[in-house]
Design a binder for this molecule. Sequence first.
Ligand code: ADP
Ligand code: ZN
Ligand code: ZN
Length: 723
Amino acid sequence: MPAPALIQVALDAPLDRLFDYRAPDATPEDIGRRVRVPFGPREQVGVVVGLGSRSEVADTRLRDVIAIDRALPALPEDILQLARFAAAYYQHPLGQTLLAILPPALKRTRFRAPAPAAYALTEVGRAAVAGLPARATAQRRLAGLLAAGAVAAGELADLRVPLSAWLKRGWVAGADLPGVDGDAGGQPEPTADQAAALAALAAQPDGFAAWLLFGVTGSGKTEVYLREIERVLARGRQVLVLLPEIHLTPQMVERFGRRFPGRKLVSLHSGLSDGERLAAWLDGLEGRADIALGTRLAVFAPLPRLGLIVVDEEHDASYKQMEGLRYHARDVAVWRARAAGVAVLLGSATPALESWANARRGRYRLLSLPERAHADADLPTVSLVDSRTDKPRQGVTEALRQALADNLARGEQSLVFINRRGYAPVLYCRACGHVSTCPRCAAHQVVHRHRGGYQLRCHHCGLAARPPEACPACGSLDLAPAGQGTQKVEDTLAELFPAARILRIDRDTAARKGAFAAMRTAVERREVDILVGTQIVAKGHDFPMLTLVGVVGADQALMSTDFRASERLFAQLMQVGGRAGRAAHAGRVLIQTEYPHHPLYAALVRHDYPAFAERTLVERRQAEFPPYSHQALMRADARSMTEAMAFLERAHSLAEDLAEGVLLYDPVPALMPRIAERERAQLLVQSGNRARLQAFLTPWLARLRDEKSAGLRWSVDVDPLDW
Ligand code: ADP
Ligand code: ZN
Ligand code: ZN
């Protein structure tokens, strides 16, 4: 009798191993396919990663696979490899990694055919809707929507229209999304710098190459992507484009659509319905999509004809996943490009210092666009307002007030940038100095405006509370909000400029679906004079009439104990400054600061990222921080700090005999030592050699897997960005 055929299945289980199941009819073609298997008392979805005939599990305990999904194509080998790499590098179980990269619709145990991307009227439907009675309002609305042709499924999803009834009657059927009308002919002649970059890209022989496209906002980086993409598409290949936050940058998607009218473009991000996402993913996997635009998870999208990966705003922190599989999409993109033998193009006005260092060492090839592409769109002038002499009133200095007044008089738009939402960062007792803190976290409570009064909110655990009448420490009634948040700045501006139309954009106002797009439209239609916002306004918007940016409260980041804070601040201020004066109108940036001589601001005034980067890299080298070392951070949290620390002490002692060439720090309480009543501690390990660190982590973590402690949670973050 032949040995029973077995499949090795990766499952979403926190165990770093595969599971064997009996599958007599399995063939090598099933590798990469989804399966339904019994797991404990329930069914789970898994992915077949291998075949075998012998198992370490006793024959009597082996269970049968329930079903192999042969309706959908299998995950291709290169994606399985990519998942193996990510699982190993980020120290995450392969099963959880594979299940994390599948579209959500494929994680369900009910295997269903994917929903179509769009719907269109059938011939029967067209005839039928002509005779709809006037009172059938919902039906007539649907008929109206579909009259001009296919409509995206997502656009119909939220409306109360009888779509499923019509599907049953055969009035509508699934259809492809209509292409966007293009103006591919109207592309600008490349500038000399763009032409040089494109020539360098074209001269590169086929195969892996990593390029860093460094250019200020408006220098024409996107134009370079588009031309290079065109060249790659012409060779019959697919292109993957990663963007930090698609929901904030619909303009970018529109621009790609217009540029490649005959091509199939799909987007992959969490704002889509499960059905839309699956359809887009399958378009990629089955080779129909030419361009896939997506957020970080799209780096794992199967694209059998992949010819180029573009990572826009490669420095953006949203490429780093903070939970579960803690990967960095830019780094995975570079790995994937190497494995696939294709080019990866990383673009930024303020590259991550890791990328800059890689370019300096020749691992990435540097392409520079030092000037703005439009001849008449100069870089904004950046100036510093010394807030020690020009004392701010309610957060606004006289220089900024005057500049805003001038702009209003000219009918131009302004943006006041302050990276703190809420009314004020703390509630402060003027008698004893007590500040409001969250009872559940080691954090201040932020004062928010709420129904004509105030509310205290914790930005870490979400707890909201009514402000106390009297100081809990001394009983004084002299409590007042201290400092500035977006809401307070909004109030101040309304007092200073009663006639101005002011719009605040932060996570509180943009939370509602569609709110962000509506605000953008209002700004474009010039229904707004002054925008007040956090960094979410700074991302990739093009507001041609915006000519002044005022920056309030930036100094705070200079005081941070996080060694990456200044890098982040520089990038943020460059980006927000880049909003000013993008069309024919010159822009101005005013930064209020008590440290007008700080080298970070000096570099900003000169738009001199390289100077900032060089100086910061010297500091990093002296401190042996990344990119001159590689780090992994073990975090633990528990009901008490003692427990969290005890676990890390144990981890530390289990590491000592393994840690050759690796620096083990002592466990310490985290920067934010308590969140939502969990005490948090961390242990940093570091090495000058990435391979050494990897060689250490694997056996170390294997030892820890058997360490159990009730109520304790721990995780490891390789290349952490956050503390
Ligand atoms: P970035 O991606 O670096 O911010 P973009 O590619 O978006 O820059 O270009 C900024 C602006 O300049 C856009 O309005 C774009 O249409 C325009 N632009 C880009 N390249 C050229 C060019 N070669 N000639 C004229 N205008 C250009
Ligand atoms: Zn007090
Ligand atoms: Zn809290």
